[in-house]
Ligand binder design. Structure first.
Ligand code: ZN
Length: 537
């Protein structure tokens, strides 16, 4: 592979730069754009970054901004649990309003978002300022609008933001919205997926948080699950992240992978599809996580601004490459299901990337103890996905005709689901259930973990109304992950098929033999009399 020298070089040059500027007072150095007459400043800018821009202050800012430019549309893609409007803005030249107009332009579509965790606000401030520059003629951001279509969703979780002075991670019910991307139970995320991600089909989606490790000013990570197309992650590792390193280094900032390291290895964030950046990979786009480690709020906002701007610059300068990559991910996904091939990683773990990395860690500091900055050389980067259990990809999954809850979850993603209009007798693969255990996960007290016994080939007599979910669709990777019973985020795990699952130690269903997983796998193409399910069943 060819990616490694640039990562080391970028890391070292950033080290040199940060040591040069560290001695200088930073607060006066931030080169925010001059604000043109008629254009607003955020509340945080006006108060010197002593307090964040609150939800209604943000709406005032966005409306004033909209009134100062002809190059922006402003709207709401839905409402939160507590009835707050979720804002989004569109920036492009010529200005578009609808997804199909954006597709006609033939340019990358990039979504920039922030604040899915209500207390994580630093990068949102930088994103609000970037919105002004996108709307201001003469700025670099505005010039990019000839080559890229930009959607901004600057506050995914305003209920969590407004829940207290410091905000809370979850929404008004305390639910972690960045674990809701598969279930789509909560309106803030369900609306985001339906009206922004599903409707616009962006090529790139950036999700801004607070977390990660000093001394870095920005931590990043792309999809890290085995079953997302590897090239969608490599484009981050090889091109986008080095570009961010360089852009931040020019202003004395440093960037590196989320989340933390020690003297031997750097550990990254989780790989579950329920997390936004991984979900974006499962729907065949480039999903980028930004995290703001603890730092001065204004410098943190600036680091986020530079990160978001760099992603836009990259997409504009490599427009065809970005679009081709995403198109290839979509067409390959459909092809993998049409003549079913390959395997699904139902279990995975991280291993070390096959190249050494250098980074900086800060030890100590707790309870007033002195901090110790350590330069680590030649360490392991633990983010390479390795499959530990694989299952063959079917042509379709088959669900009982009364599996409405599971099907509703599929439909919320825009997944194609069909129903049989005539009875069918088909040879299918079925899993036996060897063991059922329950575990606490996210907001579910008893998520269902199934241990599969064996795979049986059987002849199934399927009733009219039986659900058929083909894998030959652009969301086919998500289909496989949600309908294989052993994965981290499937419909059984999330309790939508509890009625079919035997209690631990309970009697087998249907008389003799071990119980079967109530999702069958049709392993090869079959002509079926079926029709599309539209909307909730
Ligand atoms: Zn977060």
């Amino acid at each position: 592979m060819h990616r490694f020298p640039s990562r080391r070089a970028a890391s070292l040059s950033a080290t040199v730069l940060v040591s040069l500027v560290a001695a200088a007072p930073l607060s006066a150095q931030i080169p925010w754009q001059t604000v043109e007459p008629g254009f607003p400043r955020t509340a945080a800018e006006r108060n010197g970054f002593t307090a964040h821009t609150r939800h209604l202050e943000m709406w005032d800012y966005l409306r004033t901004l909209r009134g100062a430019t002809t190059e922006m549309r402003l709207g709401s893609y839905g409402q939160t649990r507590e009835g707050r409007d979720l804002p989004y803005a569109i920036f492009s030249r010529p200005l578009v309003s609808e997804p199909w107009e954006a597709w006609e332009l033939g340019r990358p579509i990039v979504v920039l978002s922030a604040n899915v965790h209500g207390g994580e606000r630093t990068f949102r401030e930088g994103l609000l300022i970037l919105m002004r520059d996108l709307a201001t003629p003469g700025t670099e951001a505005n010039a990019l609008l000839d080559d890229v279509t930009v959607l901004v969703a600057p506050q995914i979780n305003p209920d969590g933001f407004e829940a207290s002075e410091g905000g809370q991670r979850g929404n008004a019910w305390g639910i972690d919205l960045n674990r809701d991307y598969v279930k789509l139970e909560h309106p803030s995320i369900a609306h985001l997926i339906e009206n922004i991600v599903g409707a616009w089909r962006p090529h790139v989606f950036v999700d801004g948080h607070n977390g990660g490790s000093r001394p870095y000013n920005l931590n990043y990570q792309c999809p890290s699950h085995y079953d997302t197309m590897r090239a969608l992650t490599l484009v981050c590792d090889e091109e986008i992240f080095p570009a961010i390193d360089a852009a931040l280094a020019r202003e004395g900032y440093r960037s590196w992978y989320y989340t933390r390291g020690n003297e031997e290895e750097w550990t990254v964030g989780g790989f579950e599809p329920r997390i936004g950046r991984n979900y974006v990979g499962f729907v065949n786009s480039i999903g980028i996580l930004f995290e703001a480690p603890s730092q001065d709020p204004e410098h943190g906002a600036r680091a986020g601004y530079l990160g978001y701007l760099t992603v836009l610059r990259y997409a504009a300068q490599n427009a065809q490459q970005v679009m081709d990559l995403v198109e290839r991910a979509r067409t390959e996904t459909i092809a993998m299901g049409a003549e079913p091939r390959g395997e699904i990683a139902v279990r995975m773990e991280y291993a070390a990337e096959d190249y050494p990395v250098d980074y900086t860690i800060i030890n100590g500091g707790r309870g007033g103890a002195p901090e110790d900055t350590v330069e680590v050389r030649g360490a392991r980067l633990m983010k390479r996905p390795v499959a530990t259990r694989l299952r063959p990809r079917p042509w379709a999954y088959i669900l009982p005709r009364d599996a409405e809850d599971a099907v509703a979850m599929l439909l919320r993603h825009g997944i194609t689901v069909e129903r049989l209009d005539a009875p069918a007798r088909l040879d299918v693969d079925a899993y036996t259930i060897a063991e059922v255990t329950y575990e606490q996960a996210y907001n579910h007290a008893a998520a269902v973990r199934i241990e599969v016994g064996e795979v049986r080939r059987l002849t199934a007599d399927l009733l009219v109304g039986t659900y058929v979910v083909p894998t030959a669709q652009s969301l086919g990777r998500l289909v496989a992950h949600m309908l294989e019973p052993e994965t981290d985020d499937n419909v059984i795990y999330w309790n939508t098929m509890d009625a079919w699952i035997p209690r631990p130690g309970g009697a087998p269903n249907g008389g003799g033999g071990p119980p079967l997983v109530p999702i069958y796998k049709l392993m090869s193409p079959a002509a079926l009399q079926s029709s599309l399910v539209r909307g909730a069943p």
